[in-house]
Design a protein around this ligand. Structure first.
Ligand SMILES: Cc1cc2nc3c(=O)[nH]c(=O)nc-3n(C[C@H](O)[C@H](O)[C@H](O)COP(=O)(O)O)c2cc1C
Length: 199
């Protein structure tokens, strides 16, 4: 099959081919002080000097901005909480589109703990955290689904001792999650598994 991404909806193909994708589980704080938490798999690390991460928050079907995007624009900071196998259900649950003034943190039964370098808190249950400041936000249109690339610099890193071997992250202990196409996810012990998005 050959496909022109401008002629069809390329999403199922792009998100099925570019796999597994890491999942940034992102905390931000709104202008009113509400802590937001949501997963973003259009995400990766793109440099280490400086330490640059990028994720994309697509505009909602009505063309408005997701809470994470609103908050990084107003607050200029975010925290990437590692999304790991034992938290898979909670990660999925926090993709629920709650109103801007409601936090996903209690919904998923999670707790917050302060960060070191930014004013955005960490998810305590997550074993690793990247504290980030926003370098740039690049919008690709104002239509539904338009990508907004958030480019951030990591200013502090934390990883639980239990996830280390000889002082370095050990994938057998950290067990990060990957997003595959459709409803498929993966992790290193289960391989592929399915989780439908919460209604
Ligand atoms: C595993 C997973 C990955 C996701 N990745 C993205 C993404 O990269 N970009 C995006 O705009 N939405 C993504 N979503 C959907 C958002 O999480 C969802 O729209 C959420 O409600 C946004 O929350 P917010 O408005 O609190 O930022 C993803 C959902 C899941 C379950």
């Amino acid at each position: 099959m050959e496909l022109d991404p401008r002629e069809i909806d390329p999403y199922p193909y792009l998100s099925g081919i570019v796999t597994p994708r890491p999942i940034a589980w992102i905390t931000t704080v709104s202008a009113a002080g509400v802590v937001n938490l949501a997963p973003y798999s259009f995400f990766n690390v793109f440099g280490d000097n400086p330490a640059i991460v990028v994720f994309s928050a697509n505009l909602k079907p009505d063309g408005t901005k997701k809470d994470t995007l609103l908050n990084v624009e107003s607050g200029g900071e975010f925290v990437i909480n590692a999304s790991v196998a034992r938290l898979a259900e909670a990660v999925n649950l926090t993709s629920k589109g709650l109103p801007h003034d409601e936090s996903e943190v209690p919904l998923a039964g999670l707790t917050l703990t302060p960060s070191v370098r930014v004013n955005v808190p960490r998810v305590a249950e997550s074993p690793a955290h990247l504290e980030c400041v926003v370098r740039e936000v690049k919008a690709y249109g104002t239509h539904a689904g338009a990508p907004n690339l958030v480019i951030g610099e990591v200013v502090w890193m934390q990883i639980a001792d239990a996830a280390l071997t000889d002082g370095l992250p050990d994938p057998r202990k950290l067990q990060t999650l990957g997003r595959m196409g459709g409803t498929f996810w993966c992790d290193s012990s289960r391989g592929l598994f399915e989780q439908a998005r919460p209604g």
